[in-house]
Design a protein around this ligand. Sequence first.
Ligand code: 13P
Ligand code: ZN
Length: 275
Amino acid sequence: MKVLDASFVKKFIQMCNDGWEQGWHERNGGNLSYRIKNEEIDEVKEQLDLSGEWKEIGTTVLKLAGEYFLVTGSGKFFRNVILDPEDSICIIKIDETGSKYKICWGLVNGGRPTSELPSHLMNHEVKKELTGGKHRVIYHAHTTNVIALTFVLPLKDEVFTRELWEMATECPVVFPDGIGVIGWMVPGGRDIAVATSEMMKKYDVVIWAHHGIFGSGEDFDTTFGLVHTVEKSAEIYVKVMSMAPKKLQTIKPDEFRNLAADFHVALPERFLYEK
Ligand code: 13P
Ligand code: ZN
């Protein structure tokens, strides 16, 4: 089968375009990666070129040795993924040491996988282990309202989780574990990858202050839906704060506890503090 005819590739391209249409991917902002299933790789095997050279990832992900990923290219525009996927995205294979990758398909006009590859792969490694292999998608987007909030709210997991839970009743059900927040760091390297993957041990959503968001999920729909829900909630927060400096009423801790019981989710008590 042609790579571009495979359903996981079509879904990947659709998600890139959905993010573009939301306005989260100015220029080359944001990146997406998918840990490809064995049976999906078998479908496209004859189209893969394994003769390329191994290159350094910049970190080590031993538990991902031998795995294949579909990844956006560094400097590539999400806007162009749907128009020219073979120029914009690539399939990579991880070597047996977990420290190198090679490009097996795509990026036909040259280039390399996203500069955030260390963060993507270290997040994948954590989530693969923690979810028994269920999580396959890592998504980084420059979500406008989430970024705006990192200038006015304390950069604390408890504050972001609680404020965003309060903005939409569905939020505690969609991200019951909460949200991690990391203060500003230089992007693109191992340090931010280590910090983010540590947070991914507790959360499916991690915010990078003054930069954007990372989401992890089982498939394209749930991962996009997760990031979309958090960003929508941040948008409501921005609107509320723009109308009045203080909320007149909101969802209270006991009401969250009632919601948790009815919707069968566990909401950590550390987010249900009295204000
Ligand atoms: P890349 O173009 O290398 O994916 O970088 C975009 C980005 O959002 C960096 O954080
Ligand atoms: Zn970014």
